[in-house]
Design a protein around this ligand. Sequence first.
Ligand code: AQP
Length: 330
Amino acid sequence: MGTNRKRVLSGVQASGNLHLGNYIGALRQFIDLQRDYDCYIFIADLHAITVPQDPKALRKQIRSVVNMHLACGLDPDKVTLFRQSDVSAHSELGWLLNTIATMGELKRMTQFKDKAGGKAEASVGVGLFDYPVLMAADILLYEADLVPTGEDQKQHIELARDLAQRFNHRFGRTFRMPKPMIPKIGARIMGLDDPSVKMSKSAASAGNRIELIDSEDVIRKKVSRAVTDSGSEIKAGPKKPAVTNLLTIMCALTDRTVAELEKEFAGKGYKEFKEALADTVVAALKPIQQTLAELEKNPKYVDEVLARGAEKARPVAERTLAAAKQAMGL
Ligand code: AQP
């Protein structure tokens, strides 16, 4: 790229409507990073097919995730934004890395256990089991220095580092070692209806998450129905996981500290706090939703952004893939 800027790589799955957890844990970070880093951000559509999906719905979903990235403020002149399946090197390097990954290390991945939902091993898809190896390929292809992500993906980034190290050790130095970049606040936003599970696109109950496209009415309802803890104090702490989660969301969206918010709401009840939180969320999402509506009217512009992104990403990825094949004797 002709610059000395560090390279950042991250992807978001096209597996459903994006939610506040995705925004706080990932998208908002990208917006801050695009000024100072060489950012490669991709829509992980190959990951989205590791769970059952309908082709028509998937196509729509991919588009809506791209639009949401742009609506949140990603600037395609600063960032290389592309669709994973447009760069075939992801699948190819994924295969090469499969040959050095072990079943044991994949079985230890907690996300796989969560997503398999307690199904018998024999009926869990191979793609779902293997998805961290594809993720390692995603990261290593772009010689990423940093991978901004929520806490949930940390284990996968550690696997990418292990595979890079193993490969470099066996075949000679080929891959750069990536490091996770996890936000200090909001690395793990929990479900509104159950603070013991993470906010997730695929959670069965819609009350788990606030989607970035939720209307003001829906946002207010979801926040007012969010579970709270015993006692009435607005205070964070291990005994108050639900209130801690709500405070974390408010901190992340207002750039204020927990201590400041606790002070502001001292002596006030849950109702007042939740109203203020709902106001904050509505205000944060309004400009995003307005830009989204504009983008939806302009699909040609979005096609052009994706084509440009794939053209920039391909040569970078193909160079690393060629080096890996060469190192392996292929
Ligand atoms: N609850 C969360 N809190 C903070 N960050 C989160 N991320 C996801 N959930 C939270 C971060 O968002 C980015 C994109 O995630 P992903 O779509 O690639 O996959 P995921 O982590 O599996 O997210 P979901 O929403 O739970 O999707 P499904 O239900 O499809 O699996 C990542 O950086 C992630 O850390």
